[in-house]
Structures are given as structure tokens and as C-alpha cells.
Design a binder for this molecule. Structure first.
Ligand code: FES
Length: 144
């Protein structure tokens, strides 16, 4: 295995085994539940938006290591963004994971999320990586 792939795998395993911001916000302003129809795995994303900022975000995932890692990375990346900024980032990331080539400038913004790019080689796992992001977008748009 190439060194970069090993690093990516380590990042995913780390986020999956020690997920950041796991749980549910007690009084969320936004919440949504999503599931992957192919495997039945579920994720819940809850948010607290105050003063035009995503002050808090948590996820609960009952699923594979990729979906858990993706949810963990999502919460780290999104906290502190404005809802419109976060929505744009999320939609762009889903496009990158699903179809588009990655621009160099995008890579700089992605941090740990770059580890998810290896998933593109396994089309069956793309939904695992995008489930939390899709659910996050639904939460922000108040779609459940
Ligand atoms: Fe179900 Fe990955 S196998 S979300």
C-alpha cells in the first residue's frame, strides 16, 4: 500500500474509533435523520445555529467505519461556519466525492476530509461517505 493511502486509512480509522462530536444536541435548532437505503445504516445530525453561526453540531451514526468517520469529520469542519457557507462546502464536497476532479485549492480547504477521496475508487462506498453530508444539508434546510 502506498504511504499516502496508509495515511488516509489511518485518518479514517482514527475518526471512526474516536469520533469527534458524537451525540445529539439537547435543544437543536435543526435536526435530520438519514439512512442509506442499500444497507439500512442511519445517521442523525443535530445543529445549534445562533447569531448566524453553527455554534454546535453533533452526529449519531449506526453504520460502517466510513460513515462514522465522515460524520466525525463533518462536525469538525462545519462548526463555526455560517449556514450558507457550510451548505456550499457540503454540496461541493458531495460533488467532489461523487463526480468531479479535485482542484488544488480544494485540497487545502479539506484537511482530514482528503482521506475520503480514496473512496472514489469504490463506487459502492460513496454513499457511506456522503450520507452524513446529505443528512446535514437536510437538517439545515429543515427537511427530515
Ligand atoms: Fe452502510 Fe456504509 S455500509 S453506510
Amino acid at each position: 500500500m502506498e504511504m499516502i493511502q496508509e495515511l488516509y486509512q489511518e485518518i479514517i480509522i482514527d475518526h471512526s474509533n474516536c469520533p469527534r462530536n458524537e451525540g445529539k444536541i439537547e435543544r437543536p435548532t435543526h435536526i435530520a435523520e438519514g439512512y442509506n437505503a442499500t444497507c439500512g445504516d442511519e445517521v442523525i445530525i443535530s445543529l445549534l445555529v445562533e447569531n448566524g453561526i453553527i455554534e454546535d453540531i453533533k452526529f449519531l451514526a449506526q453504520g460502517c467505519s466510513i460513515s462514522r468517520a465522515s460524520g466525525s469529520m463533518l462536525t469538525e469542519k462545519i462548526r463555526g461556519m455560517s449556514p450558507s457557507e457550510a451548505l456550499e462546502f457540503s454540496e461541493n464536497l458531495r460533488k467532489i466525492l461523487s463526480y468531479n476532479a479535485l482542484e488544488t485549492s480544494d485540497k487545502n480547504e479539506m484537511g482530514d476530509l482528503t482521506a475520503l477521496l480514496g473512496i472514489k475508487q469504490f463506487p459502492m462506498r460513496i454513499k457511506c461517505a456522503t450520507l452524513a453530508w446529505h443528512t446535514f444539508e437536510n437538517a439545515l434546510k429543515n427537511i427530515d
